[in-house]
Design a protein around this ligand. Structure first.
Ligand code: ATP
Ligand code: GLN
Length: 146
């Protein structure tokens, strides 16, 4: 079981060695989130500019005085971080801590099981493929062997 900072434990299904933390966030929070992740030993991140609507979608419309319409998408950034299972909760907690404003439109995080990680340069798979030099597992290697 995964033990969160709060003390409660969670199990993810389907079970996998790696998970993709896929966070849809406010564009202006991204620099803060990526530097916070870097500080905690996260070395691999992929970001894309995306557009979407959730609860915030209608809000803009209502402010403009018209009905909700689906062609009004809000600009967001999608941040994708693949980590080993034991690193998932720390990443999620950090993203919430840094990205949250408390207002509608802060975003959402999806957790997706990943079947394998393959480094193109070397062909390494599994944990060898996922581990990164100076990464979180390196930083904490004396405390908790990977
Ligand atoms: P190498 O050791 O060959 O440099 P690497 O594991 O450091 O390999 P890169 O080749 O530098 O990986 O990664 C290429 C791109 O893959 C990155 O720019 C990033 O977008 C994405 N990426 C790498 N690792 C991850 C990860 N763990 N999670 C999300 N995206 C990643
Ligand atoms: N889990 C990897 C490590 O400890 C880091 C993965 C990542 O940076 N996304 O090296």
């Amino acid at each position: 079981p995964i033990v969160r900072a709060s003390g409660s434990s969670v199990d993810y299904l389907p079970d996998a060695n790696f998970y993709k933390v896929e966070a849809i966030l406010r564009p202006w929070r991204i620099q803060h989130v990526s530097s916070a992740l870097l500080k905690m030993g996260i070395r691999g991140v992929t970001v894309s500019d995306v557009r979407g609507f959730g609860a915030q979608g209608g809000l803009t419309e209502r402010q403009a005085g018209s009905e909700f319409s689906e062609d009004k998408f809000v600009a967001k950034v999608k941040m994708e971080i693949v980590v080993s299972k034991d690193q998932v909760e720390a990443v999620i907690e950090k993203i919430i801590e840094v990205a949250r404003t408390g207002e509608i439109g802060d975003g959402k995080i999806f957790l997706v099981p990943v079947a394998d990680v393959i480094r193109v340069r070397t062909g390494e798979r599994g944990f060898s493929g996922e581990r990164m030099k100076g990464g979180r597992a390196d930083m904490f290697s004396n405390k908790s062997p990977a």
